[in-house]
Design a protein around this ligand. Structure first.
Ligand code: ZN
Length: 113
């Protein structure tokens, strides 16, 4: 990748990192004004909380991916597949600047191979 593409990737990654960090910093939703005698309302509060936690877990993982990609930008290995060492296609990095694998390896990782 050329320097301007790397600069674009860095801005995208830093923006994403800020967004994810802010996301994680928000206090978790707490059940507010529980209405006694309304089981349905209570259940939906619990559901909202669980969903919120699930999203948070996802954000945490995303933050790891973004942080790792920024580290690769710094050490000069950005854009190389962590598994096979091949260059990750630029179109892929434009869409997913935190991609750590080429498309073939991503598939293998997903299959758990
Ligand atoms: Zn690969």
């Amino acid at each position: 990748m050329n320097p301007s593409q790397l600069a674009i990737a860095r801005v995208a990654l830093e923006t994403e990192r800020r967004r994810l960090t802010e996301d994680l910093a928000e206090p978790p939703e707490t059940p507010s004004q529980m209405t006694y005698g309304s089981q349905a309302a209570a259940a939906s509060e619990v559901f909202a909380q669980q969903r919120d936690l699930a999203l948070r877990g996802k954000s945490g993982k995303g933050l790891d991916l973004v942080t790792d990609a920024l580290a690769r930008l710094d050490d000069g290995t950005f854009g190389r597949c962590l598994r096979c060492g091949a260059a990750i296609p630029e179109e892929r990095l434009e869409v997913l600047p935190w991609a750590a694998f080429c498309i073939a390896c991503q598939q293998l990782e997903k299959d758990g191979r």
